[in-house]
Design a protein around this ligand. Structure first.
Ligand code: NAD
Length: 476
């Protein structure tokens, strides 16, 4: 049984347990204890104790940062074991799981390096005063994590929270929670004070809702769907605590007439077929100049036919393989949306093949109209929508014409045109000539229904602190 962990102790769950399945084979690979509402309360009490002890927040930042970096070191030292476990529970190819584990380690490395490099200001008020600000950790950060990147999402936000002196209660996703136990093991490896990193798994509607709405949580970070994000935001608002929401997307690349086709196809390979398309910032719409549509259709058909869809949980070398989706429920949802789109008039430009057993879905490319349901909804699968356009203004209107605004892209050799479009794209991040350009260092987050707040980069550190101003009247 895989357990919950708080206050430095492993616990069974008061809400029973769940079988975790390998989505590629249907085989049960482990049983995860589920936290009850009382367990959530106990985990928060352990976290509160750690806040009150002030060991973590009061530590010299250089020492705290070193410990955060050690969390990353744990993931690096055990990367193969962790990645193998992650691949088996999520359906990802091993090489993608390794990228995720390395990414997790990198977040802890990056944020560990920020601890002693994050400071308040001195504010001049004339001879009669000394005035300065301190950036105080908020206290308990509740972290609700989705199944598509169960490790990397934790590294991303918990790394920043810990770096500035917050303590965390993490709720892992119930579909693939097993590898998350490594956060507790990493906390022990790095010798974090007891109660600084607490980990529970539980049903979203039970443990997730209890965590988001708990009156003793100081801040909530949620990554997941729009519907759940809305309920988390309401719960946080009831307690008047700040909240960061990283929600879904229907992100578009505008491909101008002069675009480099090789760069575009390479970006599509990673942009929509990485993690079987289960990426919030996936390149799910290509808005392409009509003069390049035919060429792109041919190239994309070649790409799709060269992608092998199979259980790749032991394939460590990067290659043109795509694994299973996380569950048959998610696979059936994607298949249903594609079927409906075809009935509504979408044109199938290309579709690969996939095994019939297991949660596999083939890479699929549809030509659609901008207003169609499939062009508006997040499929969260390996499904690319292609929409031709005539001029930049029309492309921009199509790109901005969904409820989402997570990321966007422009492909063109005219950097001036790219930058003008980038300014007018309603998204938190714009990639030019490479999808997923950027890194741990670059702020990430959405506008509109893609959420609010920013993760990644130094900006994310501000999510976890309150500025305190201290003004001193001097006697002359
Ligand atoms: P989800 O909203 O169903 O679940 C996310 C997490 O919330 C899970 O841990 C779940 O148990 C929990 N949860 C469910 N109901 C809850 C409730 N009522 N209160 C509190 N917590 C609850 O999302 P998912 O299906 O796991 O993930 C897929 C979605 O996440 C997609 O829409 C995707 O775009 C989005 N996502 C966004 C980002 C980003 O950074 N913007 C990253 C990854 C995933």
């Amino acid at each position: 049984m895989y357990k919950n962990y708080w206050g430095g102790v492993w616990y069974d769950g008061g809400a029973g347990s769940v079988d975790v399945e390998n989505p590629a084979t249907g085989q049960i690979i482990g049983r995860q204890a589920l936290a009850s509402i009382e367990d959530v309360d106990a985990a928060i009490k352990a976290a509160r104790q750690a806040v009150n002890d002030r060991v973590w927040s009061g530590m010299r930042p250089a020492d705290r940062g070193r410990m955060v970096r050690k969390l990353g070191e744990y993931f690096t030292l055990n990367r193969m074991e962790i990645a193998a476990e992650l691949a088996t529970e999520s359906g990802k190819p091993l090489f993608e799981a390794l990228i995720e584990v390395d990414g997790t380690a990198r977040y802890f490395e990056y944020y560990g390096c920020q601890s002693d490099n994050f400071q308040g200001d001195s504010i001049p008020l004339g001879d009669a005063y000394i005035d300065f600000t301190e950036l105080e950790p908020l206290g308990i950060s509740a972290q609700i994590i989705p199944w598509n990147y169960p490790l990397e999402m934790v590294g991303r936000s918990v790394g920043a929270a810990l770096a500035v002196g917050c303590v965390t209660v993490i709720k892992s996703p119930e579909l693939d929670p097993l590898s998350s136990r490594h956060f507790a093991l990493a906390a022990e490896y790095a010798e974090l004070p007891v109660g600084v990193m607490n980990l529970i798994c539980g049903e979203g509607a039970v443990a997730g809702a209890a965590l988001a709405g708990h009156g003793d949580v100081d801040q909530v970070v949620f990554t997941g769907s729009v519907a759940t994000g809305r309920s988390v935001a309401i719960a946080a608002a009831q307690n008047l605590v700040p909240c960061v929401l990283e929600l879904g997307g229907k992100s578009a690349a505008i491909v101008r007439k002069d675009a480099d086709m090789d760069l575009l196809v390479e970006s599509v390979r990673w942009g929509i077929f990485f993690n079987a398309g289960q990426v919030c910032s996936a390149l799910s719409r290509v808005i392409i100049h009509q003069d390049r549509l035919e060429e792109f259709s041919q190239r994309i058909a070649q790409l799709v036919s060269s992608i092998e869809v199979a259980d790749a949980s032991v394939v460590a070398e990067e290659c043109l393989m795509m694994g299973a989706m996380v569950s048959t429920v998610q696979r059936d949802r994607a298949a249903g949306l594609v079927q409906q789109a075809l009935e509504d008039g979408a044109v199938l430009l290309a579709q690969g093949s996939a095994p019939s057993q297991g949660a596999f879905y083939p890479p699929t490319v549809l030509q659609v109209t901008p207003e169609s349901d499939i062009a508006q909804m997040e499929v969260f699968g390996p499904v690319l929508c292609v929409i031709p356009y005539e001029d930049d203004q029309q492309a921009l209107a199509i790109a901005n014409g969904t409820d989402y605004g997570l990321v966007s892209g422009v492909f063109s050799q005219d950097i001036n045109a790219c930058l003008l479009l980038a300014r007018r794209l309603r998204a938190g991040q714009v990639f030019i000539n490479e999808w997923f350009a950027g890194g741990v260092e670059t702020p990430f987050g959405g506008v509109k229904q893609s959420g609010y707040g920013r993760e990644k980069g130094r900006e994310a550190l501000l999510n976890y602190v309150a500025t305190k101003n201290i003004a001193v009247r001097l006697r002359s």
